[in-house]
Design a protein around this ligand. Structure first.
Ligand code: M6R
Length: 366
């Protein structure tokens, strides 16, 4: 069942080029620069005139929602709020029939997400779903949506479901942009063409496994670990930290890089590994100066960089090189080495990678 891999998690990490490809199949036309999503098309008018989108999810799926916020706001120009389902459901939120809710859930059975959907539905919002498990409870509660098509995910730590969720939310952002004409057709065409090549780039990211094994040795005894990123790198930092704490039981925190000086900088000493998403995006220079600030306090910097970036190689203690891509796709690429890193740290610490203590694959009670 594990197809020769030691753990489901590793198998599922390696399945990502395939799962992302499956997720894209039949939904994009790079030659025309268009996106088709059958499960959204009945709501074209509503999407065209949308006032606001509320994304509801928990855990890793919530991180995929944060990526969605960047992409939908940037390309479709619709204001987005990303909510923890557990908070939303008890907050007496302001929701109306003018709102569109997108619920994201791998299992489609998460109790808090279901309750949040019911609440939004009772207030008249349109509910769209992004689920992996076909026919799951959430798919029956939603008005429309799109499956992730990642295939069964057995490892408790979500990996291929996350990248598939990010792929779907990217497709939704482009679909809405196309409907609303908020992004030029030329730009959309370039983005869609590049999206088509993402599975190949994810394959290259898998080649970072050797580097992550080596770095895992360096951080396996850490008490705590900080993950920093900006822009689309911020959800990556959160996801990297969640993966590490879930399966290796090392305390980890993800932070927007710029927030470091508002508190976490006090933690930095020569014992603290700081993982920085530092690829060549629009915030590159700012992240580089965050790295220098960490180094000035003797922190141990592990940087995820764009391949060939000699500058950061000189500053950081360790680097993991990933292929260059548009920053909208950074989460699809940079998350992969962080999955591998947490996997190898967990192995070195003799943890139960596929079934970490105290965790269940789907959280069906609140
Ligand atoms: O099935 P869901 O996507 O609704 O699950 C949400 C979270 O419980 C889930 O992502 C959890 O955080 C994972 N264990 C993360 O790896």
């Amino acid at each position: 069942e594990k197809a020769g891999y030691d753990h489901f998690m590793l198998k599922e990490i390696y399945e990502q080029p395939r799962s992302i490809r499956d997720c894209l199949r039949g939904r994009i036309s790079p030659s025309e620069g268009t996106v088709q999503l059958g499960g959204l098309k009945d709501y074209d008018e509503k999407l065209k005139n949308a006032n606001r989108i509320i994304i509801i999810a928990c855990g890793t799926s919530w991180h995929a929602g944060l990526v969605g916020e960047y992409l939908i706001e940037n390309y479709a120009r619709i204001p987005v709020e990303v909510e923890y389902a557990s908070e939303f459901r008890y907050r007496n939120p302001v929701v109306s029939e003018k709102d569109i809710v997108i619920a994201i859930s791998q299992s489609g059975e998460t109790a808090d997400t279901m309750a949040a959907i019911e609440l939004a539905k009772s207030k008249g919002a349109l509910i769209l779903g992004i689920c992996n498990v076909v026919g799951s409870s959430i798919t029956r509660l939603t008005d429309g949506g799109a499956y992730t098509h990642a295939g069964p995910e057995i490892g408790v730590a979500s990996t291929k479901a996350f990248t598939a969720q990010v792929t779907v939310i990217s497709l939704m952002a482009f679909y809405m942009a196309q409907l609303r004409e908020t992004t030029s057709p030329t730009v959309l065409k370039e983005l869609i063409t590049e999206l088509d090549s993402i599975p190949t780039l994810v394959e290259k990211c898998l080649a970072t496994e050797e580097a992550t094994k080596y770095i895992a040795e360096e951080i396996k005894d850490a008490v705590s670990c900080l993950f920093l990123g900006r822009g689309t790198g911020f959800p990556v930092a959160l996801e990297g930290a969640l993966k590490l704490k879930e399966i290796s039981y090392i305390h980890a925190e993800g932070y927007p890089a710029a927030e470091m000086k508002h508190g976490p900088i006090a933690l930095i000493d020569d014992e603290l590994p700081v993982v920085v998403v530092a690829t060549k995006t629009s915030s590159y220079k700012k992240v580089l100066s965050n790295i220098q600030e960490v180094k000035a306090r003797k922190g141990k910097v592990i940087a995820i960089i764009t391949e060939g970036d000699e500058k950061i190689k000189k500053e950081a203690d360790f680097v993991i090189e990933i292929p260059d891509a548009h920053e909208s796709y950074l989460p699809l690429l940079a998350t992969v080495p962080l999955q591998l890193l947490s996997y190898h740290v967990a192995l070195l610490r003799d943890c139960n990678v596929d079934q970490p203590r105290n965790l269940a694959k789907s959280v069906t009670v609140e």
